[in-house]
Design a protein around this ligand. Structure first.
Ligand code: 2HG
Ligand code: ZN
Length: 462
């Protein structure tokens, strides 16, 4: 195995001295993720400029037996994009090529380091849109969101990131490059490698470019924040709106504890006179103004106690701020445990009340803050007041999720955070199949070890 300095000089010869960082002041921002719960020292950080350099970096690391943590915008929330201790952080932020929009195919090819906000703006200039949207859009990247199959606010309408991936270019663990960027929507020639790499959390390959599906741009938006009598009423309303309106673009939910934190942190004033059992944010988007159809669908809807309609873009942004400021407001209150889970819609309301009881019983000092995407059954259970290594809260929440037929990871991935609980919602046959795929594509075990499965010792290269 090369010494740290030996590998650093080899990588500097590939990516340039300025793009191999070893000074702790320079590496620090690559070593801690958004939760601040997951952090570790990197052996070094390397930032190649393109696919060829990325492949050469991976080859050099493989020869040195040096484990790699691929990283995009470092907005991950499960510890999958930061080192655990001693890995090479392979940052893809310099892979910023963005090709012209292919209007005939409604697709675009983008480098891994292009941010979500940039690809959205690029698509909109061409009269189209990139439909993945999430609160971290300014920093989250094309490569990172593919690697984690990121979801966000518009999944119920357009599907998660994997549904937008038409093709991928990726570097395999031995430095070979797989390139499927032809943009053919119909292409049944063997295994769907792009579909497999999407959501593999950097454990199978390093995404360098992608061919992405775009959707028609719809600019007319109508947004309402509702105070609901109960979570069950919010779930029922989500189903009703989906049945009645093709224009429903987002349906989000949050609760009193989140509203209180957000108002305290941001200085926003409360939207309604009193606290509500559940807050429901709905947005419709269409070519023609959907305000009238949204108002008609909400008129007399069961369980709506209060409502606030946005009349202009500033009011719309203000309503969204209650929802989107959750993550930063929680972070300001402490270092949370983040449990991103999905439930069958029919059990979402039961989960919301039972999870509070289970948490209170398991960890009396725990302070839960729940919010999420009610349109697709995804709740973010954030838990404050629990030490970083105390996993009693995680255990209580994830066991309840499994009991109710849900998934322990909806859109953030398994990362390192959920490894001990993977068996709760994946059978042993399923885990065996996944491990075999991992071993086949990364026989040395150098790509993001410890993510999805427990780390195994790095094996010598062939
Ligand atoms: C969101 O929906 C993100 O805003 C972040 O998935 C969730 O901070 C979280 O737990
Ligand atoms: Zn989310």
């Amino acid at each position: 195995m090369s010494s740290a300095d030996g590998l650093a000089s080899e990588l500097a010869a590939i990516a340039g001295r300025d793009h191999v960082l070893v000074d702790p002041e320079l590496t620090a921002s690559y070593e801690t993720d958004w939760t601040r719960r997951f952090t570790g020292r990197a052996r070094l950080v390397v930032r190649p400029a393109d696919t060829a350099e990325t492949a050469a970096v991976v080859r050099a690391c493989a020869a040195a037996g040096a484990p790699i943590v691929p990283q995009g915008g470092n907005t991950g929330l499960v510890g999958g994009s930061v080192p655990r201790g001693g890995e090479v952080v392979l940052s893809l932020v310099r892979l910023r090529d963005l090709e012209p929009v292919d209007r005939l195919a409604a697709q675009v090819t983008a480098g891994a380091g292009v941010s979500i906000v940039e690809i959205q703006a690029h698509a909109r200039e061409a009269g189209l849109d990139y439909p993945v949207d999430l609160a971290s859009r300014e920093s989250a990247t094309v490569g990172g969101t593919i690697a984690t199959n990121a979801g966000g606010m518009r999944v119920a309408r357009y599907g998660p990131t994997r549904a937008q991936v038409v093709g991928i270019e990726a570097v395999l663990a031995d430095g070979q490059v797989v390139s499927r960027l032809s943009g053919l929507t119909k292409d049944n020639t063997g295994y769907d490698l792009p579909g497999l790499i999407a959501g593999s959390e950097g454990t199978l390959a390093v995404v360098t470019r992608a061919r992405l599906r775009l959707v028609p741009r719809v600019d007319a938006r109508a947004t309402a924040l509702l105070g609901m009598a109960s979570t069950a009423a919010a779930v029922e309303l989500a189903a009703k709106l989906r049945e009645r309106l093709q224009s429903v673009d987002a349906m989000e939910a949050f609760f009193e504890e989140g509203m209180a934190l957000v108002c305290a942190h941001t200085g926003l004033s409360r939207p309604f006179a009193g606290p509500q059992a559940c807050y429901f944010l709905v947005e419709c988007a269409a070519r023609e103004d959907p305000a009238a159809e949204l108002a008609a669908a909400l008129d007399g809807a069961a369980g709506v106690v209060e409502s606030a309609f946005a009349r202009d873009p500033a009011q719309r942004r203000a309503l969204w701020r209650y929802r989107e400021a959750h993550t930063e407001s929680i972070n300001a209150a402490g270092v949370p445990h983040k449990l991103d889970v999905t439930l069958p819609s029919a059990r979402l309301a039961r989960f919301e009340s039972e999870v509070r009881q289970r948490l209170a019983a398991a960890v009396p000092e725990a302070r839960p803050v729940l919010f999420g995407h009610v349109g697709d059954g995804n709740l973010h259970v954030n838990v404050l007041g629990v030490g970083p290594d105390d996993d009693r809260a995680d255990d209580a929440v994830l066991r309840l999720v499994a009991e109710l037929g849900g998934s322990i990871s909806a859109e953030h991935g398994v990362g390192v955070a959920k490894v001990p609980w993977l068996h709760l919602t994946r059978s042993s046959a399923d885990i065996t199949a996944m491990r075999r795929i991992k071993d086949a594509l990364d026989p040395q075990g150098i790509l993001n070890p410890g993510v999805i499965f427990p780390a195994t010792p790095i094996r010598a290269g062939g």
